[in-house]
Every structure is written in C-alpha cells, then in structure tokens.
Ligand binder design. Structure first.
Ligand code: 4FN
Length: 257
C-alpha cells in the first residue's frame, strides 16, 4: 500500500512513520509513505503557502494554488488513482472499522492542515473524505496523519509477527483488553491472579474474556451496546457483574442513572 502525505512538516511525518512495526513494514516494502511539501510548489520569492482570511480576523488560511500544484504532482507520481483524505476536526471520527477499510486500499493520500486550515474551495474540489482523530485542538493535521499511518500500516499483510497478529484478532472484536501481568508472581503491589499460573488454557481464555467484557462494561459501555454478545459471553459478563456487585462496587454511572 502507498500513502502520500501532503504536509508543511514532511520530516516529522516521515520520522513518525519510520518507527517500530510501521517502520519495519516500510523496510519490508509492504508500505510506502511519500511526503509532499506545498512550500516546494509555491512560485513566489518567499515560497508563500498561506494568506489572510477573507472576512478578516486573525489567522491564516492555506491557499489554493500551492496545494493544487502539489496535489497534481502527487496524483501524477504513479498511475494508481488515489483516495484523498483531509484530516480535520469537521471529519467523521476515525474508528478501527474505518481503519480496516482504508487498509484495503492500494493507495490513499492524507492532506494535513496548518494555521486555520485549507481554503474551502480546494477541499470541495479535491477531497474525497474528511476524518478526525478526536475532539481536541491540534496545531496541525500531521499527528492525525501519523495516527492513520500507524493504524493502517500495521494492518498490512506481513507487518505484524505471529504473536502480534493473534493479539490483533482479540482487539478487533471490539472489546477492551484484559489485564496483563509479567514477573514476579508476588510483589509488594500484589500477586498475579491464580488462574494465570494454572496452565489451564481454557480457564485462562475464559478469565481473559470475562475481564475484557467486564472492563468494557465498566469503562466503555457504549462499545458493548454496539455489539451482540453470544450466550457464552453474556454468561461471563453476568458472572463479572455479580462478583462486582458483591464487592459492594457500583459502576460509575449507575448511581446517577
Ligand atoms: N486541527 C475543534 C474546533 C475547532 C478547531 C479545532 C482545531 C489544525 C488546521 C485544523 C484537530 C482535532 C482532530 C485533524 C478543534 C484534526 C485536528 C483532528 C486539526 C490546524 C485547522 C486544526 C471542537 C474539535 C476541539 C486546528 C474541536 N483530526 N483546529 O483543532 O487539524 O484530524
């Protein structure tokens, strides 16, 4: 898969994409990340890419012309058609479902805003999709691009080792992760749950699923209501809830509800 990134900070994006699993995916040629800097396509002496906003007020807007020529060069670099995504707070929220869809594309491009964003006319004409990584103020779209590159890059066939792929399967069923423990078995902070030391693989799998269900119910109940639980999972969650109640604990929102 090829990801083109249009950004005023190409070094930052490349460095993000050079690390860990995604960096290795690039070395293995499973993923190709290319950057395009609109400043390189500005034609004036000062390499201007931004201008004041019509209507007045503070803040600059990324101008049409340098972006138009940058995008043309980006599109023409290879014959493969490209799905252009603008990272913006106005976009639909990025989810693992959307990540999976993007990961199947042969080529996507990410447009990163700076200043107050991009001239609306260029967006209307060029952009196929707008995505947001969440509701907070950022200084630019580059971190959002890095998030997409990471999430999509690791899904490329052969990017993950066997252990990571197995782990991936459990994440993608939409539940939060169960607790994890490493040595020592006993510590001043507490001991590792008995079942994890039992060697009973079925019991361990049951415990882990129960913890995943329970933690999702406690911390992200909306993730549970988005899915249908099979009879086994329902039983495990009921077990978790009973144990939780018998400890005299209530779920955060239960008291208010
Ligand atoms: N952000 C908000 C409301 C108004 C403006 C912003 C904001 C970077 C170019 C966009 C932000 C968040 C998630 C891109 C935020 C994202 C951006 C993203 C982003 C500079 C203009 C700007 C109500 C969300 C707090 C700055 C809310 N995912 N403007 O951050 O690009 O992709």
């Amino acid at each position: 898969m090829r990801i083109d990134v249009v950004t005023l900070f190409p070094d930052f994006v490349r460095q993000c994409a050079a690390v860990g699993v995604v960096g290795r995916a690039q070395q293995r040629e499973l993923l190709q990340v290319e950057t395009w800097n609109p400043r390189d396509y500005a034609t004036d002496r000062h390499r201007t890419v931004d201008a004041g906003s019509y209507g007045g007020g503070p803040g600059m807007v990324m101008m049409i012309e340098p972006l138009r020529t940058t995008l043309a060069a980006m599109r023409d670099a290879v014959p493969e058609p490209v799905h252009l995504i603008y990272l913006s707070p106005q976009g639909a929220r990025l989810t693992q479902g959307r990540v999976k869809t993007l990961a199947k594309q042969p080529r996507i491009a990410l447009l990163c805003g700076r200043y107050e964003g991009v001239d609306e006319r260029l967006l209307a004409h060029e952009v196929d999709e707008e995505l947001s990584i969440g509701d907070y103020v950022l200084s630019g779209g580059e971190l959002a691009a890095a998030v997409i590159i990471d999430a999509v890059g690791r899904l490329q066939d052969g990017a993950l080792n066997d252990a990571q792929s197995a782990e991936q399967d459990s994440f993608s069923d939409g539940l939060l992760d169960c607790p994890h423990y490493a040595k020592p078995v006993h510590d001043a902070l507490g001991s590792v749950p008995e079942v994890l030391l039992s060697g009973d693989h079925a019991a361990i799998a049951r415990w882990r699923l129960k913890q995943s269900l329970g933690r999702t119910w406690l911390r992200r109940p909306e993730l549970l209501s988005q899915r249908v639980l099979d009879a086994g999972s329902r039983a495990l969650l009921d077990e978790f809830r009973r144990e939780h109640a018998s400890k005299g604990l209530v779920r955060q929102n239960d008291a208010a509800e």
